[in-house]
Write a protein that binds this ligand. Sequence first.
Ligand SMILES: [Zn+2]
Ligand SMILES: [Zn+2]
Length: 131
Amino acid sequence: MTALDADRRRELCAALRARYPWIDHDEIGPRAVEAGECDRCGAEARLVTTCGPTRWASLGRTCAEDVGERAWCDGHAADAAAWLALLRGLPAEADAVARLWWVATGEVRIDASNVEPLLAKALPGGRPRPR
Ligand SMILES: [Zn+2]
Ligand SMILES: [Zn+2]
């Protein structure tokens, strides 16, 4: 396996942040969760952490929408509504963005050849240019 080197990863972080400012949100997005797949469906990127009576600790967009506010405790009902609205506003490629972010930060290590499909979705029209 050839992982991306540190320079390349730094470049990617910067490019993703520039294009998708929501990456820095503390409560939704790839930084708000532990890197991985949605606990409910296992098929989408985790984008939000829950605290409600359900058994899922982290959910992706589709499942958060499906489960709705009951994924959170009563004390977080207002926040939950806001988080769900934010999740709804994310671009279609948000899952690829999150996965690429985890690769860029080193939280997830994948072979460089598997990075291309993520790049094509999250940063179409180009890899970040070397400075
Ligand atoms: Zn899911
Ligand atoms: Zn709560």
